[in-house]
Design a protein around this ligand. Structure first.
Ligand code: AHG
Ligand code: MN
Ligand code: MN
Ligand code: MN
Length: 345
């Protein structure tokens, strides 16, 4: 790596990807090009987010998305940026996102590639109006051979692959600094955007989630709806050092999962958005394909753990594109404890 002397520039995202690609002699470079297009879309979103209320009008406020959520203008604009900056490249056979009910085929004008991109263009939308960190989350899957061969048209089933099948995953976090956190299967790394250069520079070459923590993140306003194992876990954290855990805990809740995940990658912690009885039609709030799975891969690649509370997240076989799922991730010891509580009689 570099020794950070000013005359020796840090690795750019491009250099990191080229160095990683050297593991696969004869690789086409398609994945690298796709990741650079995604990074460009994130830079375009970062620039708009940074302008806050000064940003030009943008699209009219959206209506309600397939999730039943009121779309913010930036939800719609971020989604359009991801589409327009990726559909033309010839690296993708299709795209899907939180903001689009159906998967988007590649327009006829462009060649069909070998990857699928599924994404949450703006995570933590409720924070955009109050100037709190938001992000974009992405997951890259291999397109089925039949789809690439044109034997069938793009369909929902093409995306219903377990998280372990992801080729790459990452997020951008639009905070005091804009960062890109990424895994291509060789650990989890972080890049910081140098706004003058317009480049993501490698600043965190080996992110690791500490196995232990004293910090938990959960939306406690839902506590009356929680299942017993979650209630037990949180009550023990709140009991502090005089309780079963023998140590005091701290709590955080930002309502931007990307910001929670980033804090946990930086200093440890555990995040829970469990299934609760508030709305039994929804087995949790977060979506499997473009929130839980990419974050789960990043956590596991950094030595953390990600689970539904009952089973490892990356093994879940999706049943639908916008499927919701209970999500627990972060410091290994805490996630394993929560899983034990779910399995005890
Ligand atoms: P999105 O803005 O993409 O719809 O996701 C918001 C998610 C996630 O980022 C966050 O952790 C969670 O919603 C917050 O849920 P509550 O508003 O129930 O706290
Ligand atoms: Mn949303
Ligand atoms: Mn989200
Ligand atoms: Mn979103």
């Amino acid at each position: 790596m570099t020794d950070n002397k000013p005359d020796i520039p840090r690795w750019t995202l491009t250099r990191y990807l080229i160095e990683q690609r050297r593991r696969f002699p004869g690789a086409s470079g398609d994945l690298n090009a796709l990741l650079l297009d995604i990074a460009l879309a994130c830079k375009a979103i970062a620039r708009i987010v940074a302008r806050g209320a000064l940003a030009e009008g943008g699209p009219a406020a959206g209506d309600t998305n397939v999730q039943g959520e009121e779309q913010k203008p930036l939800d719609v604009l971020s989604n359009q940026l991801f589409l327009r900056m990726n559909e033309w490249s010839g690296h993708l056979a299709g795209l899907a996102s939180e903001e689009m009910e159906l998967p988007q085929p590649i327009p006829e004008a462009y060649p069909r590639g070998k990857y699928l991109l599924v994404f949450d263009p703006l995570d933590g939308s409720s924070n955009i109006d109050v100037n709190v960190a938001v992000g974009s989350i992405f997951s890259i899957l291999r397109a089925p051979a039949e789809l690439i061969a044109g034997e069938h048209e793009l369909c929902e089933a093409d995306f219903l692959q377990p998280g372990a099948a992801q080729v790459a995953a990452g997020y951008a976090i639009y905070g005091p600094a804009t960062m890109l956190v990424l895994t291509v299967g060789e650990g989890t790394v972080g890049f910081t955007l140098d706004p003058e250069l317009g480049e993501f520079l490698l600043t965190h070459p080996a992110l690791r989630v500490p196995e232990q923590t004293r910090e938990f993140a959960i939306n406690s306003s839902n506590s009356r709806f929680w299942e017993p194992p979650v209630k037990r876990y949180v009550d023990e954290c709140l009991a502090g050092k005089v309780g079963a855990r023998g140590k005091d805990f701290n709590m955080r809740w930002i309502a931007s999962m990307v910001a929670e995940a980033h804090r946990i990658l930086m200093r440890g912690g555990v995040f829970l958005y469990p299934r609760d009885s508030k709305d039994v039609s929804k087995p949790g709030r977060l979506r499997l394909l473009y929130e839980a799975n990419p974050i789960a891969l990043l956590m596991e690649q950094a030595g953390g753990r990600a689970s539904t509370g009952r089973q490892p997240m990356l093994g879940v076989v999706p049943s639908s594109l916008h499927q919701r799922i209970p999500l627990v991730f972060g410091s290994r010891d805490e996630v394993e404890r929560i899983e034990r509580y779910h399995h005890e009689p």
